[in-house]
Design a protein around this ligand. Structure first.
Ligand SMILES: Cc1cc2nc3c(=O)[nH]c(=O)nc-3n(C[C@H](O)[C@H](O)[C@H](O)COP(=O)(O)OP(=O)(O)OC[C@H]3O[C@@H](n4cnc5c(N)ncnc54)[C@H](O)[C@@H]3O)c2cc1C
Length: 443
């Protein structure tokens, strides 16, 4: 049972206490674990004490040069290794693959404590949030033993190769082809928007293996070594100035058959597992305070205090509203993880949480700039602070697109929660090669 409470008397509650809101520990083991986590974080991570302390050492959207990026990756990997040594990497993952084998409640305790620190772990979000859970669910025993421990320790970074120029929301229309030749597959095609492909060691790729089957049935998922011959990675610059996305081209790239995840031609099921985990990971990141490189309520409170507006009733109301919403978001995350742990597949609550989180992210960005005033729109070169708030605004729309757009989430909620009619799907039973999608044309 979760007991909801604050560390202080509610009548005396201050802004800082609100940001420290936790769920009370119900067992002595949980209280002891919290103490261990606090000790680890105190000696290994940087506490968030001021609003500009949160400039993100592992940010997904910052404009940084190559050597700064390499330095950040090295810092992230070193931190992750220490986390693994302390037994806090993969808190809910099975012990046999390097995890800690604990429950979602223990993970929540970690997240509650970690919210007060700047953890440089965002480069592992795709590996730990999507690829790892998918391999745990669908991978062979050999794949799990080989790939998961170094992924969890941060030695190997992963990316996700789903979207294509003609297949984003409708990713089942993908055209990248994989053709089997004995013990190998040969891949040709193009992916796009692949976050972190330029520093990733491995990726999970979905490719079309049977164009004669309807579009959802002829897809297979593979593990791909990103340093294989025939892979070309080209960066794409985004609105924040950074270049975290990439186009990835495959030209006669060979992948061993042993790297198939799940069954051949059954990759759609695997892809859904990845996207479901993506929604859960997104909820955790947002609940943990900040989402994808954006603002957190804690940082906004610190900013309001620094600007001397924390006593302004309008600002207080704005912050209280955001705090309530981020708390709801956090509890939705706990609910989803508990559902997953009990062996059930999280349902449309993933879409609700994704949509809610994306809206919250945008509102946090707007609030940041409103509180920062003109300092959030123009700043002297080298001055700290302003660029962070501008970045929060510029990166926020991405959370309403990545892992399924707001409109797609609304469609899912409409169908599965509200019972509205399904979108018309005229192409569900037609062989893929007969569809006019992507660059396919009538021959
Ligand atoms: C921050 C970020 C990180 C990303 N990282 C990755 C990654 O690592 N790997 C990867 O593979 N991809 C990644 N993506 C790509 C992302 O998955 C796609 O952008 C997303 O699925 C939307 O696809 P699209 O861009 O092709 O837009 P489209 O699908 O072309 O959509 C265009 C517009 O049409 C709307 N629309 C489409 N279909 C419907 C419908 N049926 N009903 C109503 N409206 C609809 C959409 O909501 C959108 O507004 C990332 C994107 C972002 C923003």
């Amino acid at each position: 049972m979760l007991v909801y409470g604050t560390k202080t008397n509610a009548t005396k509650m201050k802004w800082g206490d609100m940001a420290d809101h936790t769920v009370q520990d119900v067992t002595a083991e949980q209280a002891a674990l919290r103490t261990q986590i606090q000790r680890f974080l105190e000696s290994n991570a940087r506490a968030r004490s001021r609003s500009d302390d949160e400039d993100d050492p592992g940010g997904l959207f910052d404009e940084v040069d190559e050597s700064t990026e390499r330095e950040r990756i090295a810092q992230s990997q070193s931190f992750q290794a220490r986390l693994a040594d302390a037994g806090f990497a993969g808190i809910t993952w099975p012990k046999e693959y390097g995890g800690a084998g604990m429950s979602p409640r223990e993970l929540e305790i970690f997240n509650e404590e970690a919210a007060g620190y700047e953890l440089p772990t965002r480069i592992f979000m795709i590996g730990h949030g999507m690829c790892g859970p998918t391999l745990l669910a669908l991978g062979t025993e050999e794949q799990k033993r080989h790939y998961i421990p170094p992924m969890l320790r941060g030695d190997e970074i992963w990316c996700q190769l789903f979207s294509e120029p003609g297949a984003g929301s409708d990713v089942a229309s993908l055209q990248t082809r994989a053709v089997r030749d004995g013990d190998e597959w040969t891949v040709n095609g193009q992916k796009v928007w692949t976050s972190g492909a330029h520093y990733a060691d491995y990726g999970i790729l979905i490719a079309r293996t049977n164009p004669d089957a309807p579009k959802h049935r002829g897809i297979t998922m593979f593990i791909v070594d990103m340093r294989s011959p025939g892979i070309e990675i080209r960066p794409l610059r985004q609105i924040t100035g950074g270049a975290n996305f990439n186009e990835v081209f495959f030209t006669d790239t060979h992948i061993p058959h042993a790297n198939v995840v799940g069954d051949v031609d059954e990759g759609w099921r695997a892809a859904i597992t990845v996207l479901m985990n993506a929604r859960m990971a997104g909820v955790s990141a947002q609940g943990g305070g900040g989402g994808m490189g954006g603002a957190s309520v804690r940082s906004l409170i610190a900013l309001a205090r620094e600007r001397g507006v924390d006593g302004d009733p309008v600002v207080r109301q704005l912050l209280a509203g955001l705090w309530i919403r981020s708390t709801i978001q956090r509890y939705t995350g706990i609910r989803m993880r508990e559902t997953a742990r009990s062996g059930r597949v999280p349902g449309p609550e993933g879409s609700i949480a994704k949509l809610y989180g994306a809206q919250l992210s945008r509102d946090m960005g707007s609030a940041a700039v409103a509180i920062a005033g003109t300092g959030g729109q123009a700043w002297d070169e080298g001055a700290r602070g302003g660029d962070r708030w501008a970045m929060a605004v510029l990166s926020a729309p991405g959370s309403g697109i990545a892992g399924g757009t707001d409109q797609v989430q609304r469609n899912i909620i409409g169908e599965r929660v509200l019972g509205l009619p399904k979108e018309p799907q005229v192409d569900r039973e037609t062989p893929f090669r007969d569809l006019l999608v992507g660059t396919q044309r009538v021959s």
